[in-house]
Design a binder for this molecule. Structure first.
Ligand code: 6PG
Length: 475
Protein backbone atom coordinates (compact mmCIF):
# COMPACT_ATOMS: atom_id res chain seq x y z
CA UNK A 1 0.00 0.00 0.00
CA UNK A 2 1.36 3.45 -0.85
CA UNK A 3 2.47 5.65 2.01
CA UNK A 4 0.29 8.76 1.98
CA UNK A 5 2.12 12.00 1.33
CA UNK A 6 1.92 15.34 3.07
CA UNK A 7 -1.59 16.80 2.85
CA UNK A 8 -3.09 13.50 1.77
CA UNK A 9 -4.35 11.85 4.94
CA UNK A 10 -8.13 11.64 5.09
CA UNK A 11 -8.29 11.56 8.84
CA UNK A 12 -6.05 12.64 11.68
CA UNK A 13 -6.20 10.88 15.00
CA UNK A 14 -4.99 12.40 18.25
CA UNK A 15 -4.46 10.07 21.22
CA UNK A 16 -2.79 6.72 20.73
CA UNK A 17 -4.26 4.95 23.74
CA UNK A 18 -5.69 1.51 23.15
CA UNK A 19 -8.91 2.83 21.58
CA UNK A 20 -7.02 5.27 19.38
CA UNK A 21 -4.52 2.68 18.17
CA UNK A 22 -7.25 0.21 17.33
CA UNK A 23 -9.32 2.79 15.49
CA UNK A 24 -6.29 3.77 13.41
CA UNK A 25 -5.79 0.13 12.41
CA UNK A 26 -9.49 -0.23 11.64
CA UNK A 27 -9.41 2.90 9.45
CA UNK A 28 -6.32 1.84 7.56
CA UNK A 29 -7.70 -1.68 7.07
CA UNK A 30 -10.57 0.00 5.23
CA UNK A 31 -8.13 1.88 3.02
CA UNK A 32 -8.19 5.34 4.61
CA UNK A 33 -4.83 7.07 4.95
CA UNK A 34 -4.49 8.29 8.54
CA UNK A 35 -2.16 10.73 10.28
CA UNK A 36 -1.50 10.09 13.97
CA UNK A 37 -0.34 12.25 16.84
CA UNK A 38 0.21 11.61 20.52
CA UNK A 39 1.22 14.13 23.19
CA UNK A 40 4.20 11.95 24.12
CA UNK A 41 6.12 11.32 20.86
CA UNK A 42 7.62 8.08 22.27
CA UNK A 43 4.22 6.48 22.10
CA UNK A 44 3.83 7.52 18.46
CA UNK A 45 7.27 6.18 17.66
CA UNK A 46 6.56 2.91 19.45
CA UNK A 47 3.24 2.56 17.63
CA UNK A 48 4.84 3.22 14.24
CA UNK A 49 7.63 0.74 14.91
CA UNK A 50 5.37 -2.00 16.23
CA UNK A 51 2.35 -1.82 14.00
CA UNK A 52 2.71 0.04 10.85
CA UNK A 53 5.69 -0.43 8.62
CA UNK A 54 3.26 -1.55 5.91
CA UNK A 55 0.24 0.42 6.94
CA UNK A 56 -1.28 3.51 5.42
CA UNK A 57 -0.26 5.68 8.36
CA UNK A 58 1.82 8.84 8.78
CA UNK A 59 3.08 10.06 12.15
CA UNK A 60 3.21 13.68 13.24
CA UNK A 61 5.66 14.28 16.05
CA UNK A 62 4.47 17.84 16.56
CA UNK A 63 0.92 19.10 16.15
CA UNK A 64 2.07 21.34 13.29
CA UNK A 65 3.59 18.41 11.44
CA UNK A 66 0.48 16.32 12.13
CA UNK A 67 -1.93 19.00 10.85
CA UNK A 68 0.22 19.41 7.74
CA UNK A 69 -0.34 15.77 6.84
CA UNK A 70 -4.10 16.19 6.51
CA UNK A 71 -6.16 16.73 3.40
CA UNK A 72 -8.19 19.98 3.48
CA UNK A 73 -10.73 20.63 4.83
CA UNK A 74 -9.27 18.57 7.62
CA UNK A 75 -10.97 15.99 9.81
CA UNK A 76 -9.41 15.21 13.19
CA UNK A 77 -10.65 12.58 15.59
CA UNK A 78 -9.57 13.13 19.20
CA UNK A 79 -9.46 10.21 21.61
CA UNK A 80 -8.16 11.54 24.88
CA UNK A 81 -9.56 11.49 28.41
CA UNK A 82 -12.84 13.37 28.75
CA UNK A 83 -12.80 16.71 30.53
CA UNK A 84 -9.86 19.11 30.62
CA UNK A 85 -7.50 16.94 28.48
CA UNK A 86 -10.04 17.22 25.63
CA UNK A 87 -10.25 21.01 26.07
CA UNK A 88 -6.45 21.24 26.11
CA UNK A 89 -6.09 19.37 22.78
CA UNK A 90 -8.78 21.49 21.12
CA UNK A 91 -7.14 24.68 22.35
CA UNK A 92 -3.74 23.64 20.97
CA UNK A 93 -5.26 22.66 17.63
CA UNK A 94 -7.29 25.83 17.11
CA UNK A 95 -4.51 28.14 15.86
CA UNK A 96 -3.45 25.48 13.34
CA UNK A 97 -6.86 24.94 11.74
CA UNK A 98 -8.82 26.76 9.06
CA UNK A 99 -12.44 27.31 7.99
CA UNK A 100 -14.67 24.21 7.83
CA UNK A 101 -12.04 21.95 9.37
CA UNK A 102 -13.78 19.32 11.47
CA UNK A 103 -12.93 18.24 15.01
CA UNK A 104 -14.48 15.00 16.24
CA UNK A 105 -14.52 14.20 19.95
CA UNK A 106 -14.62 10.40 20.17
CA UNK A 107 -14.43 10.18 23.97
CA UNK A 108 -17.07 9.76 26.66
CA UNK A 109 -17.48 13.51 27.08
CA UNK A 110 -20.27 14.96 29.16
CA UNK A 111 -22.94 16.30 26.82
CA UNK A 112 -22.89 19.75 28.43
CA UNK A 113 -19.18 19.98 27.57
CA UNK A 114 -19.99 18.90 24.03
CA UNK A 115 -22.63 21.65 23.69
CA UNK A 116 -20.13 24.22 24.94
CA UNK A 117 -17.43 23.02 22.51
CA UNK A 118 -19.92 22.97 19.61
CA UNK A 119 -20.74 26.63 20.24
CA UNK A 120 -17.11 27.62 20.67
CA UNK A 121 -15.98 25.94 17.44
CA UNK A 122 -18.98 27.18 15.46
CA UNK A 123 -18.02 30.75 16.46
CA UNK A 124 -14.60 30.09 15.00
CA UNK A 125 -15.99 28.75 11.73
CA UNK A 126 -15.04 25.15 12.48
CA UNK A 127 -17.19 22.05 12.47
CA UNK A 128 -17.52 19.85 15.54
CA UNK A 129 -18.90 16.39 16.12
CA UNK A 130 -19.45 14.59 19.44
CA UNK A 131 -19.07 10.94 18.53
CA UNK A 132 -20.12 8.22 20.97
CA UNK A 133 -18.05 5.09 20.35
CA UNK A 134 -18.96 1.80 21.96
CA UNK A 135 -17.49 -1.66 21.86
CA UNK A 136 -14.27 -1.39 23.80
CA UNK A 137 -10.91 -2.37 22.32
CA UNK A 138 -12.25 -5.11 20.09
CA UNK A 139 -15.04 -2.92 18.82
CA UNK A 140 -12.60 -0.16 17.94
CA UNK A 141 -10.42 -2.63 16.05
CA UNK A 142 -13.06 -4.63 14.20
CA UNK A 143 -16.23 -2.52 14.18
CA UNK A 144 -17.66 -0.30 16.90
CA UNK A 145 -21.15 1.05 17.24
CA UNK A 146 -20.94 4.76 16.44
CA UNK A 147 -23.23 7.51 17.74
CA UNK A 148 -22.46 10.76 15.91
CA UNK A 149 -24.05 14.10 16.71
CA UNK A 150 -23.37 17.58 15.37
CA UNK A 151 -24.27 19.42 12.19
CA UNK A 152 -25.46 17.41 9.16
CA UNK A 153 -22.57 19.05 7.26
CA UNK A 154 -20.07 17.56 9.73
CA UNK A 155 -21.65 14.13 9.36
CA UNK A 156 -21.70 14.31 5.57
CA UNK A 157 -17.94 14.97 5.63
CA UNK A 158 -17.13 11.67 7.37
CA UNK A 159 -20.17 9.52 6.65
CA UNK A 160 -18.39 7.18 4.22
CA UNK A 161 -15.51 6.68 6.57
CA UNK A 162 -17.69 6.08 9.65
CA UNK A 163 -19.86 3.63 7.72
CA UNK A 164 -16.77 1.73 6.64
CA UNK A 165 -15.30 1.27 10.12
CA UNK A 166 -18.56 0.66 12.04
CA UNK A 167 -19.86 -2.76 13.04
CA UNK A 168 -22.20 -4.24 10.45
CA UNK A 169 -25.56 -5.83 11.15
CA UNK A 170 -27.51 -7.50 8.34
CA UNK A 171 -25.22 -5.74 5.89
CA UNK A 172 -25.97 -2.30 7.37
CA UNK A 173 -23.43 -0.21 9.29
CA UNK A 174 -24.11 0.50 12.98
CA UNK A 175 -23.89 4.24 12.57
CA UNK A 176 -26.44 6.91 11.71
CA UNK A 177 -26.61 10.67 11.99
CA UNK A 178 -28.46 11.03 15.29
CA UNK A 179 -28.98 14.76 15.70
CA UNK A 180 -27.47 18.13 16.31
CA UNK A 181 -25.19 19.50 19.02
CA UNK A 182 -24.44 17.11 21.87
CA UNK A 183 -26.92 14.47 20.67
CA UNK A 184 -24.32 11.76 19.95
CA UNK A 185 -22.69 12.03 23.35
CA UNK A 186 -26.11 12.13 25.03
CA UNK A 187 -27.10 8.88 23.33
CA UNK A 188 -23.76 7.33 24.32
CA UNK A 189 -24.28 8.44 27.92
CA UNK A 190 -27.68 6.74 28.03
CA UNK A 191 -26.16 3.67 26.34
CA UNK A 192 -23.77 3.53 29.27
CA UNK A 193 -26.56 4.03 31.79
CA UNK A 194 -28.34 1.03 30.29
CA UNK A 195 -24.99 -0.82 30.35
CA UNK A 196 -24.75 -0.17 34.11
CA UNK A 197 -28.33 -1.43 34.61
CA UNK A 198 -27.80 -4.64 32.63
CA UNK A 199 -24.48 -5.32 34.37
CA UNK A 200 -26.11 -4.87 37.78
CA UNK A 201 -28.94 -7.26 36.85
CA UNK A 202 -26.39 -9.86 35.79
CA UNK A 203 -24.41 -9.34 38.99
CA UNK A 204 -27.60 -9.99 40.96
CA UNK A 205 -28.31 -13.24 39.10
CA UNK A 206 -24.74 -14.33 39.93
CA UNK A 207 -25.14 -13.53 43.63
CA UNK A 208 -28.52 -15.25 43.73
CA UNK A 209 -27.23 -18.42 42.09
CA UNK A 210 -23.99 -18.49 44.06
CA UNK A 211 -25.11 -17.63 47.58
CA UNK A 212 -28.75 -18.61 47.21
CA UNK A 213 -28.41 -21.81 45.21
CA UNK A 214 -24.80 -22.81 45.86
CA UNK A 215 -23.72 -22.86 42.20
CA UNK A 216 -19.99 -22.99 41.51
CA UNK A 217 -18.13 -21.06 38.80
CA UNK A 218 -18.31 -23.93 36.26
CA UNK A 219 -22.05 -24.32 37.02
CA UNK A 220 -22.52 -20.59 36.49
CA UNK A 221 -20.57 -20.64 33.24
CA UNK A 222 -22.88 -23.40 31.99
CA UNK A 223 -26.00 -21.45 33.03
CA UNK A 224 -24.90 -18.24 31.29
CA UNK A 225 -23.78 -20.19 28.20
CA UNK A 226 -27.22 -21.78 28.08
CA UNK A 227 -28.92 -18.40 28.54
CA UNK A 228 -26.91 -16.97 25.69
CA UNK A 229 -28.67 -19.43 23.38
CA UNK A 230 -32.09 -18.12 24.39
CA UNK A 231 -33.95 -14.82 24.17
CA UNK A 232 -31.21 -13.46 26.48
CA UNK A 233 -28.61 -13.72 23.71
CA UNK A 234 -26.39 -10.68 24.21
CA UNK A 235 -22.81 -9.54 24.49
CA UNK A 236 -22.96 -9.07 28.27
CA UNK A 237 -24.39 -12.58 28.88
CA UNK A 238 -21.78 -14.03 26.53
CA UNK A 239 -18.82 -12.42 28.31
CA UNK A 240 -20.28 -13.32 31.71
CA UNK A 241 -20.18 -17.01 30.71
CA UNK A 242 -16.57 -16.61 29.57
CA UNK A 243 -15.61 -14.88 32.81
CA UNK A 244 -16.84 -17.84 34.87
CA UNK A 245 -14.75 -20.22 32.75
CA UNK A 246 -11.50 -18.33 33.31
CA UNK A 247 -9.13 -19.77 35.92
CA UNK A 248 -6.40 -17.89 37.71
CA UNK A 249 -3.05 -19.18 36.48
CA UNK A 250 -1.35 -18.85 39.86
CA UNK A 251 -3.97 -20.59 42.02
CA UNK A 252 -6.10 -22.57 39.58
CA UNK A 253 -9.20 -20.98 41.13
CA UNK A 254 -11.90 -19.19 39.15
CA UNK A 255 -10.37 -15.78 38.55
CA UNK A 256 -13.62 -13.89 39.16
CA UNK A 257 -13.72 -15.18 42.75
CA UNK A 258 -10.32 -13.61 43.38
CA UNK A 259 -11.37 -10.14 42.21
CA UNK A 260 -12.10 -7.61 44.94
CA UNK A 261 -15.83 -6.89 45.11
CA UNK A 262 -15.58 -3.11 44.71
CA UNK A 263 -16.88 -1.80 41.36
CA UNK A 264 -15.32 1.33 39.90
CA UNK A 265 -16.87 3.78 37.46
CA UNK A 266 -15.89 6.63 35.23
CA UNK A 267 -19.18 8.44 35.68
CA UNK A 268 -21.32 8.00 32.59
CA UNK A 269 -23.94 5.91 34.42
CA UNK A 270 -24.13 8.51 37.16
CA UNK A 271 -24.53 11.29 34.56
CA UNK A 272 -27.46 9.35 33.09
CA UNK A 273 -29.17 9.25 36.47
CA UNK A 274 -28.44 12.93 37.10
CA UNK A 275 -29.96 14.01 33.85
CA UNK A 276 -32.89 11.62 34.20
CA UNK A 277 -33.68 13.32 37.52
CA UNK A 278 -33.24 16.71 35.92
CA UNK A 279 -35.64 15.86 33.11
CA UNK A 280 -38.00 14.01 35.48
CA UNK A 281 -37.80 10.82 33.47
CA UNK A 282 -37.42 7.99 35.99
CA UNK A 283 -34.61 5.46 35.44
CA UNK A 284 -34.68 3.51 38.73
CA UNK A 285 -32.79 0.44 37.46
CA UNK A 286 -29.92 2.66 36.31
CA UNK A 287 -30.03 4.68 39.55
CA UNK A 288 -29.80 1.52 41.62
CA UNK A 289 -26.93 0.21 39.48
CA UNK A 290 -24.95 3.39 40.16
CA UNK A 291 -25.81 3.20 43.86
CA UNK A 292 -24.75 -0.46 44.09
CA UNK A 293 -21.35 0.34 42.56
CA UNK A 294 -21.04 3.03 45.23
CA UNK A 295 -22.18 0.70 48.01
CA UNK A 296 -19.71 -1.96 46.89
CA UNK A 297 -16.98 0.55 47.76
CA UNK A 298 -17.94 0.44 51.44
CA UNK A 299 -16.20 -2.91 51.89
CA UNK A 300 -14.95 -2.31 55.44
CA UNK A 301 -18.34 -1.12 56.65
CA UNK A 302 -20.05 -4.05 54.96
CA UNK A 303 -17.73 -6.47 56.69
CA UNK A 304 -18.42 -4.79 60.01
CA UNK A 305 -22.18 -4.77 59.41
CA UNK A 306 -22.09 -8.47 58.52
CA UNK A 307 -21.01 -9.16 62.12
CA UNK A 308 -23.82 -7.23 63.76
CA UNK A 309 -26.74 -7.33 61.32
CA UNK A 310 -27.47 -10.98 60.62
CA UNK A 311 -30.28 -11.84 58.20
CA UNK A 312 -31.89 -15.12 57.22
CA UNK A 313 -29.68 -17.89 55.80
CA UNK A 314 -29.01 -17.01 52.15
CA UNK A 315 -29.14 -20.60 51.03
CA UNK A 316 -32.38 -21.80 49.44
CA UNK A 317 -33.08 -25.47 49.93
CA UNK A 318 -35.63 -26.14 47.20
CA UNK A 319 -34.82 -27.47 43.73
CA UNK A 320 -32.59 -24.97 41.89
CA UNK A 321 -33.88 -25.78 38.39
CA UNK A 322 -37.20 -23.96 38.76
CA UNK A 323 -35.51 -20.98 40.37
CA UNK A 324 -32.98 -20.69 37.56
CA UNK A 325 -35.84 -20.67 35.07
CA UNK A 326 -37.54 -17.88 37.05
CA UNK A 327 -34.25 -15.97 37.04
CA UNK A 328 -33.81 -16.39 33.30
CA UNK A 329 -37.30 -15.18 32.52
CA UNK A 330 -37.14 -12.38 35.08
CA UNK A 331 -33.82 -11.24 33.62
CA UNK A 332 -35.37 -10.89 30.17
CA UNK A 333 -38.24 -8.80 31.58
CA UNK A 334 -35.89 -6.65 33.68
CA UNK A 335 -33.58 -6.13 30.69
CA UNK A 336 -36.47 -4.87 28.57
CA UNK A 337 -37.58 -2.60 31.43
CA UNK A 338 -34.02 -1.20 31.65
CA UNK A 339 -33.97 -0.45 27.91
CA UNK A 340 -37.45 1.07 28.32
CA UNK A 341 -36.21 3.47 31.01
CA UNK A 342 -33.18 4.52 28.97
CA UNK A 343 -35.18 5.00 25.79
CA UNK A 344 -37.95 6.91 27.58
CA UNK A 345 -35.20 9.24 28.86
CA UNK A 346 -33.91 9.67 25.31
CA UNK A 347 -37.37 10.52 24.09
CA UNK A 348 -37.74 13.13 26.84
CA UNK A 349 -34.24 14.52 26.21
CA UNK A 350 -34.95 14.75 22.50
CA UNK A 351 -37.79 17.16 23.23
CA UNK A 352 -35.98 19.07 25.99
CA UNK A 353 -32.75 19.56 24.02
CA UNK A 354 -34.34 19.63 20.54
CA UNK A 355 -32.29 16.69 19.26
CA UNK A 356 -35.12 15.44 17.06
CA UNK A 357 -33.96 11.91 17.76
CA UNK A 358 -35.16 8.95 15.77
CA UNK A 359 -35.25 6.18 18.38
CA UNK A 360 -35.49 3.47 15.76
CA UNK A 361 -32.16 4.69 14.35
CA UNK A 362 -30.63 4.73 17.84
CA UNK A 363 -31.66 1.14 18.46
CA UNK A 364 -30.46 0.13 15.00
CA UNK A 365 -27.02 1.51 15.83
CA UNK A 366 -26.99 -0.47 19.09
CA UNK A 367 -27.74 -3.84 17.46
CA UNK A 368 -24.06 -4.69 16.88
CA UNK A 369 -20.64 -3.50 17.98
CA UNK A 370 -21.66 -1.97 21.31
CA UNK A 371 -21.66 -3.30 24.85
CA UNK A 372 -25.46 -3.43 25.18
CA UNK A 373 -26.04 -5.29 21.90
CA UNK A 374 -28.63 -8.00 22.42
CA UNK A 375 -31.07 -10.08 20.42
CA UNK A 376 -34.01 -8.27 22.04
CA UNK A 377 -32.95 -5.02 20.37
CA UNK A 378 -34.42 -6.37 17.15
CA UNK A 379 -37.87 -6.41 18.79
CA UNK A 380 -37.23 -3.03 20.35
CA UNK A 381 -36.26 -1.61 16.96
CA UNK A 382 -39.45 -3.08 15.51
CA UNK A 383 -41.49 -1.36 18.23
CA UNK A 384 -40.14 2.09 17.25
CA UNK A 385 -40.45 1.31 13.56
CA UNK A 386 -44.17 0.62 14.01
CA UNK A 387 -44.70 3.54 16.38
CA UNK A 388 -41.97 6.19 16.15
CA UNK A 389 -43.60 8.30 18.86
CA UNK A 390 -43.97 5.43 21.36
CA UNK A 391 -43.69 7.11 24.80
CA UNK A 392 -42.54 3.95 26.59
CA UNK A 393 -41.56 0.49 25.35
CA UNK A 394 -43.88 -1.08 27.92
CA UNK A 395 -46.76 0.23 25.80
CA UNK A 396 -45.58 -1.69 22.75
CA UNK A 397 -48.14 -4.51 22.39
CA UNK A 398 -45.55 -7.17 21.64
CA UNK A 399 -42.99 -6.31 24.31
CA UNK A 400 -45.72 -5.51 26.82
CA UNK A 401 -47.09 -9.02 26.28
CA UNK A 402 -43.64 -10.55 26.76
CA UNK A 403 -43.23 -8.74 30.08
CA UNK A 404 -46.72 -9.70 31.22
CA UNK A 405 -45.86 -13.32 30.50
CA UNK A 406 -42.87 -12.98 32.83
CA UNK A 407 -44.23 -10.77 35.58
CA UNK A 408 -44.68 -13.74 37.89
CA UNK A 409 -41.03 -14.68 37.36
CA UNK A 410 -40.01 -11.16 38.39
CA UNK A 411 -42.24 -11.44 41.45
CA UNK A 412 -40.81 -14.86 42.33
CA UNK A 413 -37.22 -13.60 42.10
CA UNK A 414 -37.93 -10.45 44.13
CA UNK A 415 -39.85 -12.27 46.86
CA UNK A 416 -37.48 -15.20 47.13
CA UNK A 417 -34.49 -12.88 47.29
CA UNK A 418 -36.19 -10.83 50.00
CA UNK A 419 -36.96 -14.02 51.89
CA UNK A 420 -33.37 -15.25 51.70
CA UNK A 421 -31.91 -11.82 52.49
CA UNK A 422 -30.14 -11.54 49.12
CA UNK A 423 -29.91 -8.03 47.65
CA UNK A 424 -31.49 -7.77 44.18
CA UNK A 425 -32.28 -4.05 44.05
CA UNK A 426 -32.18 -3.80 40.26
CA UNK A 427 -34.75 -6.60 39.86
CA UNK A 428 -36.86 -4.98 42.57
CA UNK A 429 -36.57 -1.58 40.92
CA UNK A 430 -37.57 -3.06 37.56
CA UNK A 431 -40.60 -4.75 39.11
CA UNK A 432 -41.64 -1.66 41.08
CA UNK A 433 -41.31 0.50 37.96
CA UNK A 434 -43.49 -1.95 36.05
CA UNK A 435 -46.10 -2.00 38.83
CA UNK A 436 -46.07 1.78 39.22
CA UNK A 437 -46.18 2.43 35.47
CA UNK A 438 -49.19 0.15 35.05
CA UNK A 439 -51.00 1.65 38.04
CA UNK A 440 -53.77 4.16 37.21
CA UNK A 441 -53.77 5.33 40.82
CA UNK A 442 -50.68 6.13 42.87
CA UNK A 443 -50.50 7.45 46.43
CA UNK A 444 -49.18 10.79 45.20
CA UNK A 445 -52.42 12.39 46.49
CA UNK A 446 -51.11 11.81 50.04
CA UNK A 447 -47.77 13.38 49.09
CA UNK A 448 -49.66 16.40 47.77
CA UNK A 449 -51.75 16.64 50.94
CA UNK A 450 -48.58 16.53 53.07
CA UNK A 451 -46.91 19.22 50.94
CA UNK A 452 -49.96 21.39 51.33
CA UNK A 453 -50.14 20.63 55.08
CA UNK A 454 -46.62 21.76 55.93
CA UNK A 455 -45.85 24.16 53.13
CA UNK A 456 -49.14 25.44 51.66
CA UNK A 457 -47.94 24.09 48.31
CA UNK A 458 -51.55 23.60 47.10
CA UNK A 459 -53.10 20.66 45.28
CA UNK A 460 -55.52 19.87 42.48
CA UNK A 461 -58.69 17.81 42.98
CA UNK A 462 -60.08 14.88 41.01
CA UNK A 463 -63.67 16.16 41.22
CA UNK A 464 -63.34 19.83 40.24
CA UNK A 465 -60.88 22.08 38.39
CA UNK A 466 -58.69 24.64 40.14
CA UNK A 467 -55.87 24.89 42.65
CA UNK A 468 -56.67 24.42 46.34
CA UNK A 469 -55.18 24.95 49.76
CA UNK A 470 -56.51 23.67 53.07
CA UNK A 471 -55.74 24.75 56.64
CA UNK A 472 -55.12 21.17 57.74
CA UNK A 473 -54.50 21.75 61.44
CA UNK A 474 -57.82 22.06 63.30
CA UNK A 475 -57.69 25.00 65.75
C1 6PG B 1 -18.46 1.14 25.73
C2 6PG B 1 -18.19 1.31 27.19
C3 6PG B 1 -16.99 2.18 27.38
C4 6PG B 1 -16.35 2.03 28.74
C5 6PG B 1 -17.11 2.69 29.83
C6 6PG B 1 -16.97 1.99 31.15
O1 6PG B 1 -19.56 1.43 25.34
O2 6PG B 1 -17.56 0.69 25.01
O3 6PG B 1 -19.29 1.88 27.82
O4 6PG B 1 -17.35 3.48 27.03
O5 6PG B 1 -16.12 0.72 29.04
O6 6PG B 1 -16.55 3.97 29.94
O7 6PG B 1 -17.52 2.81 32.07
P1 6PG B 1 -17.25 2.69 33.60
O8 6PG B 1 -15.77 2.81 33.83
O9 6PG B 1 -17.99 3.86 34.17
O10 6PG B 1 -17.78 1.37 34.04
Amino acid sequence: MAIPGVGNCEMGLVGLGVMGRNLVLNLTDKGFPVAVYNRTPERTREFMEREVTWQNIRPGYTLEEFVGLLRRPRAILILVTAGSPMDAVIEELLPLLGPRDLIIDGGNSHFIDTSRRSRLLAEKGLLFMGLGISGGEQGARHGPSLMPGGSPEAYARVQTLLEAIAAQKDGKPCVAYLGNGSCGHYVKMVHNGIEYGLMQLLAETYDFMKRGLGLTAPDLAAVYEGWNHTELHSYLVEITAKIFRRQDEATGQPLVELILDQAKQKGTGMWTSWDAMDLQSPTPVIDVAVGMRDLSGYKVQREEAAQVLPGPPARYHGAPGAIITHLQRALYAAMVITYAQGLALLSRASRAYRYDLNLEAVVRVWRAGCIIRAAVLEDIRGAYQTQPGLPNLLLDPRLGKEILARQNDLRAVASLAAHQGLPVPAFMAALAYFDAYRSPVLPANLTQAQRDFFGAHTYERVDMPGVFHTEWEEE
